[in-house]
Design a protein around this ligand. Sequence first.
Ligand SMILES: NC(=O)C1=CN([C@@H]2O[C@H](COP(=O)(O)OP(=O)(O)OC[C@H]3O[C@@H](n4cnc5c(N)ncnc54)[C@H](OP(=O)(O)O)[C@@H]3O)[C@@H](O)[C@H]2O)[C@@H](O)CC1
Ligand SMILES: Nc1ncnc2c1ncn2[C@@H]1O[C@H](COP(=O)(O)OP(=O)(O)O)[C@@H](O)[C@H]1O
Length: 282
Amino acid sequence: MDSSWQEWTAADAAEWIVAPAADDDKYSRGVLGVVAGSPEYPGAAVLAVEAAHRAGLGMVRYTGPRAVRTAVLARRPETVTSPGRVQAWLVGSGIDPGRRSFMVLGDLQGALASRQPVVLDAGALDLVGTHTAPTVITPHVRELAALLASREIETSVAQVREAPAEWALRAAGELGVAVLLKGAVTHICDPDGDRYTVTARTHWLASAGTGDVLGGILGALVATHHQRLTTDAEALSALAATAAWVHGEAARRATEAVDGGPVTALDIASAVPRVIGALLAY
Ligand SMILES: NC(=O)C1=CN([C@@H]2O[C@H](COP(=O)(O)OP(=O)(O)OC[C@H]3O[C@@H](n4cnc5c(N)ncnc54)[C@H](OP(=O)(O)O)[C@@H]3O)[C@@H](O)[C@H]2O)[C@@H](O)CC1
Ligand SMILES: Nc1ncnc2c1ncn2[C@@H]1O[C@H](COP(=O)(O)OP(=O)(O)O)[C@@H](O)[C@H]1O
């Protein structure tokens, strides 16, 4: 185990990007189930689903609230809205943990009980530890501080902001999951001692919804590698670092395309296929 943090590179990311082969079908390429979005935050589901499709996988299933489903389908008619086989989950983005209905809580618990690998975000972070499936949590600084405080680990937003590496490690150790702590430098670590950083190449990333796009990219990568994750849960941290790298590079390309001007979360999602293409050619 190396005690230092390794900056993830294009070469590292390229190892985790796979193109479909002649014997593939939509199921072998990975099906991502998404439990995200709510009447309060429908956009988070749209952004996560959009990014997952753009990152390349076999299928996205979304069975959330009707109004959100309609918004998701308006943007991505490729999305399947009936229940069925799922090989990885993205849960919690765009859900307020204080306003979860019984139905949403049931969907979240059902996903976590399925034993498929899971990306836990935003409004599902409090459920970490209620299941045994391979898990990566994707908090930002405030969410990590709140999560640790809820587990009686004394900390504050200021402390996590001051020493993100330290608190990401603490979370991985205490919670027993891979951690992707978002920020201008994103820290990824796991209980096995893997430690990666991804330094953002543009600060235009700091805008609403970009974290939901990251969740979609990571969900797609986890779904794509679902087979490997059944025997190698440690791969989750490498997949998380790859997702953060792809996200950062997509943002860099998106701002470059507008001469260094601002980019939106959807712009970043739209830039993802070219990043994937470049990594395949790497
Ligand atoms: N298009 C969509 O649908 C999007 C949906 N999203 C979804 O939204 C959900 C919440 O995510 P989040 O990241 O806004 O929650 P978090 O940061 O905990 O803020 C909670 C509250 O804390 C406060 N507050 C926060 N920061 C502060 C500061 N620096 N300084 C001072 N106060 C601060 C502030 O409250 P206020 O003080 O303004 O009342 C804020 O409201 C989550 O499910 C996510 O997926 C987003 O992805 C965006 C795009
Ligand atoms: N100052 C910054 N510079 C570069 N990237 C940032 C900065 N602040 C946040 N980010 C990145 O932007 C994204 C924001 O995600 P998140 O906080 O979940 O926002 P949202 O919930 O609005 O989607 C993360 O990928 C994070 O790493």
